[in-house]
Structure formats: C-alpha cells, structure tokens
Design a protein around this ligand. Structure first.
Ligand code: AKG
Length: 323
C-alpha cells in the first residue's frame, strides 16, 4: 500500500518543503541586510566588517615538540590534533557571535561576514599546522562553514564523507564549545598505507561490507576542548557524530587550505592569500552563498536558505570573478 506509516507522497513532500522556504519579501529583506556592513556591526558590535584596523587576535605558537608530532601524525595518519591551542579570550567572542547570529534568524555561516572569522585562520598555531601539512605558501580555499549541533538527542554533525579527492589540501576545524563524546565530537578513520585509497569518494560508494566493517572498527573519536585544532587531509574519511546526551550545543568552524603549487579547481576559487588582504564583503557573501548551496547535502535544514544562497552567488559573482 502506498503512503503507509509516516512516509509522505511526493506532492506532500514538495508542499512541505515549499512551506519551509523563505518568502520573497523575507528573501529581499535578507539580501538587503546581508550586504549592509552597518547592519552586521550593530548586530554584534564587538566585531568588525572589512576594517583594516581590526585588532588581530593572538595565540601562543605551538612548541617544537608539539609541531613535530603534528607533522608526523599528518604524514602517517592523515590527521592531527593540537589541544587547547587558542585561548578563551579569542574563542568565547566567536562563539557568542555565532549565537547572536542564530538568534537573529541567520544560518551560523553568516558569521563569516565578520573579519574575526577570517583573522582566526591567521593565528600562529593554525598557520603552523597548515604549513606542516602543505608547506609554506599554502593558501586558503574560501569554503568556510560554521557547524552547530543542537543539544538534543539525535541531532548530528555531518555524516561520514571526505572533503575531496585531490591531494595537497586539508581542512582545519576549531571547536568553539567543547566537542564531547556526548554532544557530537568528530570521528576520523586514520589513514594508513593499506587503506589510503578508501578515502576517495568513489571508493566509499563501492566499499564492500567487509571494508565498511573494517573502517568502522578503525574509527577514532576526537573529543576536543574549545579552542583545540583538528586538521585532516581531504581524503581522510571523517564525520561529526550524533548528540547522545543533551548538554551544550557543539559549535565549530572550519576552513580549507591548499598547497602552494597546487592548481585549484574552479569551485575552489577565489583562493585567499594567507598573508594578504582579507576577502571583501561581497566576496564573503559569495562564499557564504556558495557554502549554503553546497552544504545543504549535509544539512537538510539549509534548504530553507537555498534561494538566499543562490541569490547571493548571483549578486556577487562579479566581485568574485574580478579577484
Ligand atoms: O562538524 C561537523 O560535524 C563536520 C565537519 C566536517 O566534516 C567538515 O567540515 O568537513
């Protein structure tokens, strides 16, 4: 029998999804607000938008011994962890900003309108990890995202995936609240010589039952205190786990990096020079729109903002191309 239990007909599903979309007037209102730096500054006065004089946050560089371990872990296992690398004085305002943005009805990724969500990737420990993994002269791929796992049983981070198939690229992930075994910390499948190929997208699709069981068994939980840094190469299989016990939301941000000599794919442009000017507001809005479009496959609730993402990309494509 069709439509048994709680399954919805295709028409009902379409109608339900349509009812979740932003209305045209809401969409227009958000587009106007999004491009207005004054709106954002009034929303979170502690942070700036495209202000050259924005105070640079600071963090103590990683000690040589820690950095050696990180370089070794990256080369042998494909991921690394630097515990408590960034202080509360940097992390706490970022987390508070994400909460403010959510309370104002925006997806958390709009945090990337603020300078501070870009400047954090210049902190010494982040730069040391990116250089250890990719070499000096690495660049940013402007694929930033802000993850927010609700503190309710069953909420979850992103399902198991790899960030891409290509070499010489890595992601750095920063928890802004403690990421615990209960609220949805990250998991990785460490790479090794025998299984390095499994992290490619096509291998994931065709993995046998036996391979999947082997991968599950090798999975490694990475609980991390707020301000720690996790890094992994694109081909490393990883995921954000399921919240099992209500507590604090798991909030985190991520950025992608590419090696100095690597040719970017068109979807990775514009690259950002790790030392140069930060992206303009329109470039940030383009990147936010693209991220909403791209990552709705991992976060269904982003479908509500799909039109907004598309409209931002359309509106700010030119600024992006001229870079
Ligand atoms: O935070 C999460 O749940 C997932 C993070 C992740 O997998 C990513 O950014 O690639």
């Amino acid at each position: 029998m069709k439509n048994e239990g709680n399954s919805l007909s295709a028409t009902a599903r379409k109608r339900l999804l349509a009812s979740l979309e932003l209305s045209q007037s809401d969409l227009n209102d958000r587009l106007a607000k999004a491009s207005n730096a004054a709106y954002w500054k009034a929303l979170y006065p502690g942070f700036s938008v495209c202000d050259e004089a924005a105070a640079r946050p600071a963090a103590v560089p990683l000690a040589n011994g820690t950095l050696d371990k990180i370089a070794n872990d990256l080369s042998v296992r494909g991921f690394c962890v630097a515990e408590n690398a960034i202080g509360d004085e940097v992390v706490e305002p970022l987390r508070a900003c994400v909460e403010t943005i959510r309370q104002a009805g925006w997806p958390p990724v709009f945090a990337y309108v603020f300078d501070q969500f870009w400047l954090v990737w210049r902190l010494a420990p982040v730069a040391q990890i990116a250089a250890a993994g990719l070499g000096e002269g690495y660049r940013w791929i402007s694929h930033g995202w802000c993850h927010y796992v609700q503190p309710v049983s069953g909420a979850a981070g992103w399902p198991p995936h790899v960030d891409g198939n290509l070499p010489n690229r890595m992601s750095v992930w920063i928890p802004l609240s403690d990421a615990t075994l209960d609220n949805g910390c990250m998991y990785v499948i460490p790479g090794n010589l025998n299984t390095s190929g499994i992290g490619e997208r096509r291998a994931l699709k065709t993995a046998t039952n036996l391979q999947l069981r082997e991968l599950m068994q090798r999975g490694r939980a990475l609980p991390a205190r707020a301000g720690s840094l996790l890094g992994w190469y694109f081909r490393i299989l990883h995921w954000g786990s399921v919240c099992q016990l209500p507590g604090n939301p798991r909030v985190s941000i991520v950025m992608e990096f590419i090696g100095p000599d690597e040719r970017p794919l068109s979807g990775e442009l514009p690259l950002v020079d790790a030392q140069g000017a930060l992206p303009s507001l329109t470039q940030r809005l383009y990147a936010i729109g693209r991220a909403i479009q791209h990552y709705q496959r991992f976060e269904l609730k982003m479908r509500r903002y799909a039109d907004l993402g598309r409209a931002l990309m359309l509106a700010y494509r030119d600024g992006f191309q001229s870079r």
